[in-house]
Design a protein around this ligand. Structure first.
Ligand code: HEC
Length: 209
């Protein structure tokens, strides 16, 4: 092999070692906090838009409250702190905490991407699905086993498009919905018993149907 081929070979080999990772590792802990907040804490604190920030020392005072609602935060000061700042972000900006997650092509989320949008123990999901334009759509979920799940589809301005409980059959669930405003939307799933979502698809319903 000539020098040139060796160089080329080494170059190609080193490229193959670079993993494709749409989620930079440094965002990992914070993304988990955002999902915890947007599934657990959101039940009471969603759309809390007072603009009034909590005092910095309020977080010490609220620690026991946070632990009551999310026991797994008890040994994790950083998690309590992050949940506290996420609440402040919502109060100040009247918005979900931004998540740097790309929307996959054709709006098909595979299990690999979905594993980044869930808290493993509870299997609650919070999935940013990006901007959706007015029209009629199907939201399809494929589950690892049949289960009853509560599904929310909510806009960035906290308007609920879907808010109901569904029983899957043949591990599948299809929920038709209509969008009237172009906005960023989010899917939230609370399974009755923990169950993995292996696929999520948003597809347009054709006019002729
Ligand atoms: C069942 C409803 C409920 C749930 C769930 C809940 N909270 Fe609260 N939380 C409240 C209420 C009510 C208050 C007192 C009123 C207020 O300040 O909003 C409060 C107050 C707080 C405060 C103090 C706010 C301030 O201005 O000093 C923080 C911080 C807080 N919650 C964080 C959380 C976090 C983080 C979670 C999720 C782990 C959570 N809460 C889950 C109802 C809830």
């Amino acid at each position: 092999m000539t020098q040139r081929y060796i160089t080329l070979f080494l170059w190609a080999f080193s490229l193959s070692l670079i993993p494709y990772d749409a989620f930079p590792a440094e965002d990992e802990p914070f993304r988990e906090s955002v999902i915890i907040f947007n599934t657990i804490c959101a039940k009471c604190h969603e759309a809390e838009c007072s603009g009034r920030l909590s005092f910095d020392d309020a977080y010490e005072a609220s620690a026991s409250h946070i632990i009551r609602h999310y026991g797994k935060a008890s040994e994790k000061k950083w998690l309590q702190k992050e949940l506290f700042s996420i609440l402040n972000h919502m109060k100040e900006n009247c918005a979900y905490y931004p998540m740097q997650v790309p929307v996959p092509p054709k709006r098909i989320w595979n299990s690999e991407i979905l594993e980044k949008m869930t808290i493993l123990m509870e299997r609650n999901y919070f999935i940013p699905i990006g901007p959706i334009t007015p029209g009629r759509y199907d939201l399809e979920l494929i589950l690892a086993k049949d289960e009853k799940v509560t599904v929310h589809l909510v806009s960035e301005s906290f308007e609920f498009v879907v808010e109901d409980c569904y029983q899957s059959s043949d591990q599948r669930l299809v929920i038709p919905f209509s969008i009237e405003e172009t906005e960023n939307y989010y899917v939230r799933v609370y399974p009755r018993k923990p169950v993995q979502i292996t696929r999520l698809v948003i597809s347009t319903i054709k006019k002729s149907e």
